[in-house]
Write a protein that binds this ligand. Sequence first.
Ligand code: GTP
Ligand code: MG
Length: 371
Amino acid sequence: GASISVQELANRLKKPAAELIKKLIGLGIMATINQEIDAEVAEIICADYGVEVQVKIEDPEKEILELLEQEDSPEDLVARPCVVTVMGHVDHGKTSLLDAIRQTNVTASEAGGITQHIGAYQVEHNGQKITFLDTPGHEAFTAMRARGAKVTDIAILVVAADDGVMPQTVEAINHAKAANVPIIVAINKMDKPGANPDRVKQELTEHGLLPEEWGGDTICVNVSAKTKQGISDLLEMILLVAEMLELKANPKRLAKGTVIEAKLDKGRGPVATVLVQNGTLQIGDAIVAGTAFGRVRAMTDDKGRQVKKAPPSMPVEVLGLSEVPEAGDVFYAFDDEKKAKQLVQIRLDRKREEELKANSKVSLEDLFARI
Ligand code: GTP
Ligand code: MG
C-alpha cells in the first residue's frame, strides 16, 4: 500500500518531526524519523492536526494506462468493421459455417474435427468487411470476458437443426446476454433429413430468445454449411445489425486491442494473433501485452499476406514480442519506448511480488505438513 516517511509527513504538515514521533508512540508505533508509515496511520496523524487528507492510492500502472486511454474526439471517429464471435454447442458446425463463409476448409485440417484454438478471419460481403472469431466451445470467450476483454460486437449462435438447443447452446446464450451482445441465430445443418428449425425456435423461446417471425426480436437464419444455403442471408443480417450498432474507431491513434491467441513458434519466436480494436498498428511500433514487450517486426493477415498496417477490427499475426502473451491480454502500442518498458517492469515487479507471497504461503504449509 501507499506509505510516507515521518520526515516527509512532518514537512508537509509543517510540524516538527519529533512531535509526530510522539503522536506515533501514542498510537503504539515506535517510529524513527526516516521510517515509512502506512497511509492509514498518516491519515490518523493528519486528523489529529485537523488536516483532512485525500489518500491517493498510487498505481503507476494505472497512471500509464490512463495516458493511453484518452478519449477520441468525435471528428476522428470513422466506421469500423463489426467483430462477430461464432458460438454454439460442440459439433453444431461453427467452424464449417466459417469455412462456408470464407470458402475455405479449416474443419478438414483440424485434429479430430475439434477446434483447438480461436481462428480470427476477415471477410468481405457487398464491399463491407466483417471480422469473425471462431471459438472452441465457449471457454476462450469466457476467459476473455473474465479478463475484462470485450472483443465481440455480435454473437452468432450456431444451433444444429437436427440436434436443437443443447447445454453449451444455453451457456453461449447466457454469455452473450451477460456481455450485452446482440445474438443472431444460425440454424445450421438444414440439409439434414432430421432438420427441424421450428423445434429449434421453440427451444430458443424457452431461453428468452423469441424469433422475429414469432413477434420477438431475435433474428434466425436457416443455413447449411454443407450446401451453403442461407450463407449470404446470414451475412446480410450481420451487416444489418452492425449498421444499427454504429461501430466507430479512430484509425489515427496508436493501436490498442486484445490478444486472441498466442504461441511459441520454433523458428519465429513468440507469435500472437491480435485484434486491433482502436487505432492502427504499424510495423516498428513498440507494443506491450501483459508482460510481453517488443517492436512489431512483421505482421501477417488471415490469408498469410504480409501487411504493414492493421486498422481497427483487423486481426493480424504479430512477430517481435519478447515472450508469449496470454489470450485475452490487452495490448497497447506506444510512441515512447521508455514508457512501454516501464509498464512491463511494473507488471513484472508486481508478478514477482505475488509469486513471492504465494511461495511463502506454500512453504508455511510445507512446514505444518512436516510437524
Ligand atoms: P467444435 O469446434 O468441436 O465445437 O465443432 P464445430 O461447431 O466447429 O463443428 P464443425 O464445423 O467441426 O462440424 C461438426 C460436424 O458437422 C462435421 O462433421 C461437419 O462436417 C458437420 N457439419 C457442419 N455443418 C454441417 C451442415 O450444414 N450440414 C451437414 N450435413 N453437416 C454439417
Ligand atoms: Mg470448430
